[in-house]
Design a protein around this ligand. Sequence first.
Ligand code: KG4
Ligand code: ZN
Length: 342
Amino acid sequence: MSDREIKILAIESSCDETAAAVVVNGRDVRSNAISSQIALHTLYGGVVPEIASRKHIEKINQVITQALAEADASLDEIDAIGVTYGPGLVGALLVGVAEAKAISFAKQIPLVGVHHIEGHISANYIENRELEPPFLCLVVSGGHTHLVKVLDYGVYEVLGKTRDDAAGEAFDKVARAIGLGYPGGPKIEKAAAEGDPHAVEFPRSKVAGSPYDFSFSGLKSAVLNYLNGCRMKGIPIVQADVAASFQKAVTDVLIGNAMRAVEECGADKFALAGGVASNGALREGFRRACEERGVAFYRPSPILCTDNAAMIGTAAYYDYIAGKRAGLDLNAVPNLKLGESR
Ligand code: KG4
Ligand code: ZN
């Protein structure tokens, strides 16, 4: 690795945050600008893809200007542009990809395409300078639930994933069902803090023959059935108890499968990542489970758990120093698989 500073301008627009960041040598975040669309989508009870892409177009130049200004950097100093090109909403991804290609072409700056999940995993490097692969990572977001063996920078083995709903998606759907609205995760966490996690025994689903895979659709249906049952019998629904019991069921399954992998793989480092990783009960549960097993536990600060561009800059840096480059034919790939080469 050279002694020279490598400055990456990173862009993220895969879902409902328009974000840009300047990251130096992979772990030194000089700026992390985020324009969130949550308030806008709240009006519709969830992310509306068409509205998301239009808003990205409106905000992208603004957040890039802000990220450069906060980092006190100009485009002339940037060594590479890192951009999320999948997975995500195609119209949303396209805005970031087109912007990154335009800057790359106009300023003749190398382009690096980043996998969104690789970004989430890499968020752990930012505040933990000592963290190096190999380690195990559980990525829990609105679109993904992946248990990943991080073998090296940019080298991943997916041990397990969800067969149906992602963990964050389950939070969002259950929040809607119990009348908490969007975005579900933080609202369930807040309501759960006042509730009894043992009030309702929801199922801890397992996937037969695949101990590292997850399934949350059964849990979601169990919550809906419970709510219907209460309504039919005239039993009052205690929102906080349902939220706490649901959150405990999700947390138990995530911790159970992940710790099984930790033990079977003999891992000594474990990291959480993704939007759901900002959940306090989940973080505490994992902290305790790792401590009991003598495993070092890592998790990003909440601002680095949800979608942001700093994590994309970190992932892009390791790809950049490994010589990976994207051409101007880089396209958005909405269903990009982790570990797929570009
Ligand atoms: O990683 P992220 O920002 O976007 C995706 O890549 O999907 O994750 C968003 C997801 C949403 O489903 C949201 O409800 C969930 O993360 N989330 C949470 C919490 N904060 C966000 N879930 C549980 N507890 C939270 N505190
Ligand atoms: Zn994400």
